[in-house]
Design a protein around this ligand. Structure first.
Ligand SMILES: Nc1ncnc2c1ncn2[C@@H]1O[C@H](COP(=O)(O)OP(=O)(O)OP(=O)(O)O)[C@@H](O)[C@H]1O
Ligand SMILES: Cc1ncc(C[n+]2csc(CCOP(=O)(O)O)c2C)c(N)n1
Ligand SMILES: [Mg+2]
Ligand SMILES: [Mg+2]
Ligand SMILES: [Mg+2]
Length: 323
């Protein structure tokens, strides 16, 4: 199959979004929007860095690549509407595998009613998928990392550390409880869009999605807002069967593991009940894990024996730490 028949094979025959004027098939896509704020992001997914053939099937690769981008929309309080896919394909990938990658994306796209409106196809050495996502936020309601204020409650959705646990089990096959749960959390994470949109009535909520681990993500909120954040270690939510992992893994994974694609947020105390109601309406678990303080843009970890600065350790490209 050549580049052009490949593009034809992945082109949607109809589009779901009524604002689209031109999708795949010209030099660029066109959509018209006047009443919403447009939110856009791009994230790249590379073989050997974000996945290997051991950790993901082609379907998961597509699904996970798009999920990471949709998660950035959730973190902005935006509803995803369009995506563009730039793909670098090594020659050994078969037509069937490529079509599975696109099926993985399409299944999420169907769930979120989003359209593939463009992209680029190139041959190359490492399978690389770079997805640009476009979303809409209600005017003035995009959520920024820079809006946390002293006295806010810090919360997180879901449970943390599951994705790296899934990765660990995939890489070290053996006796583990709830393997399929952990695989799913690593291979097909659920972005928290519904929950984030349900927060629309809140005047202020700082949000960040957890791609690199809460230590890093909390630091991003602290730096952007010019505040410090204290996380209470005991309150960090983990899944029921997490106790099967070693003491070190149980400690490090929820803080530094990353790729959970849960949301970390900060809201005024008075709005915490509204956050809990939004969580209930969208069947999302939400846990208070700390608070915002004035201070030096630092993150602290509170434990029984006191409070210490939490290193910005986590997944950082070019600088890898072993967990
Ligand atoms: N190469 C780049 N050129 C221009 N802007 C960039 C580049 N890389 C990142 N950015 C910008 O830096 C900011 C932070 O990006 P970052 O990728 O850390 O966020 P993220 O997508 O939430 O995290 P992750 O990539 O871990 O999912 C964003 O505004 C992003 O658009
Ligand atoms: C094969 C393989 N090796 C390592 C990892 C771990 N990993 C890779 S990227 C990343 C952070 C998010 O990246 P980004 O900042 O680009 O969003 C993490 C935790 C993996 N998933 N698969
Ligand atoms: Mg990014
Ligand atoms: Mg993000
Ligand atoms: Mg991202």
């Amino acid at each position: 199959m050549d580049e052009f028949s490949f593009i034809n094979s992945i082109k949607q025959s109809t589009y779901k979004q009524s604002t689209l004027l031109k999708g795949v098939g010209d030099d660029a896509a066109v959509f018209r929007q006047s009443s919403k704020d447009i939110v856009t992001a791009v994230d790249t997914f590379v073989e050997g860095i974000h996945f290997s053939r051991k950790t993901m099937d082609p379907f998961h690769i597509g699904n996970r690549a798009l999920a990471a981008n949709i998660s950035d929309m959730a973190a902005m309080g935006a509803s995803p509407v369009f995506y563009l896919v730039s793909i670098v394909i090594p020659s050994h990938w078969t037509e069937d595998e490529l079509s599975q990658i696109y099926r993985g994306m399409q299944s999420l796209a169907k769930q979120y009613k989003i359209d593939l409106i463009g992209g680029d196809t190139v041959s190359g050495n490492e399978l690389t998928i770079s997805i640009t996502v476009i979303g809409y936020a209600a005017c003035g309601k995009a959520r920024y990392r820079s809006t946390a204020v002293e006295g806010d409650i810090v919360f997180v959705t879901g449970t943390l550390g599951d994705s790296i646990a899934g990765y660990h089990i995939l890489m070290n096959p053996g006796q583990f409880i709830n393997k399929n749960y952990y695989y799913r959390r690593h291979q097909m994470p659920d972005p928290r869009v519904a929950f984030a949109l349900e927060l629309e009535d809140l005047q202020r909520v700082a949000l960040n999605d957890i791609s690199d681990g809460i230590a890093n993500e909390a630091a991003e909120i602290a730096e952007a807002s010019g505040v410090s954040i204290t996380i209470n270690y005991q309150q960090i939510p983990t899944s029921d069967s997490f106790s099967q992992f070693t003491v070190n893994q149980q400690r490090n994974w929820p803080l530094f593991g990353g790729e959970d694609f849960e949301l970390l947020g900060a809201v005024p105390k008075r709005d915490w009940p509204l956050v809990q109601q939004a969580a209930q309406r969208t069947q999302t678990m939400v846990t208070e894990i700390g608070y915002v303080d004035i201070g030096k843009e630092l993150v602290y970890l509170q434990e029984e024996n006191g409070r210490k600065p939490l290193n910005k350790k986590g997944y950082t490209h070019f600088k890898q730490v072993k967990l």
